[in-house]
Write a new protein. Sequence first.
Length: 239
Amino acid sequence: MCYHSSITKSREELEAAFDARFAEPQDYQPIFHGNGFTFLRWPVITAEHPKLIQGYHWGLIPFWCKSREAADELRVHTLNAVSETVFEKPSFKHCIRQKRCLVLSSGFFEWRTSGKLKYPYFVTLKSRELFAMAGLYDRFTDQQTGEVIDTFTVLTTPANALMEKIHNSKKRMPAILKKDQEQEWLLGELNKTAFYRLITPYDTNDMQAYSISKRITSRSENSNVPEVLAPHHYEALND
DNA sequence: CCAGACGTTGTT
DNA sequence: GTCTGG
DNA sequence: CCAGACGTTGTT
DNA sequence: GTCTGG
């Protein structure tokens, strides 16, 4: 799963890493911690505009939603999409052919359960480079108000060995694309076989994770600050 | 996902 | 829009 | 036929 | 314990 993510590189670094330009450069600010349940705007690259980095709302709302109320109920549950079942799910199946996207990130957050307590971890590539998670996107129009909402979801795969160590998320992890597979995900003609050749658990040896403080879920202090990413040791954890 | 509320009456 | 359950 | 759902995670 | 809100 992946409900909390981070993207801390500069606008220039993102544009260089993905060979694309921000549609609205003035809107981009690094996000140290973003909570998907706030449906915040996040940098993505869509199949429709592969040379643009755009801000889409996390939590996919299918085009067929009949009302804003129905959309608000559904989007809570579509922050992630189980890759093994997306070809069958009404919320996602129509996106697979033409509405795949790259969800840009420099790291994401998971919780490890130990005893009765949960401890947050920050997960990155060992290289600390930017990466792209495989996503799907859609556009919803509220027929009452005319409001248009562009949204996306992050595909998940079974956990690799590193993610299994973080108890709370041992079963699932976001689908991270290898750098040389990003363009095929975005623009390829993908049948089921080709789709699942790209959507696999990322190589454990190229990832790292460390525990961080609980600032990330503080309600009294802003969690979107650099300090949220600082390593934090817990006596209760043996690492 | 986690944090925080979870209740009533009456009203600066 | 499309599928399932009654 | 129509009505209603449409989704994810975890269970140390 | 369980639900709501972010």
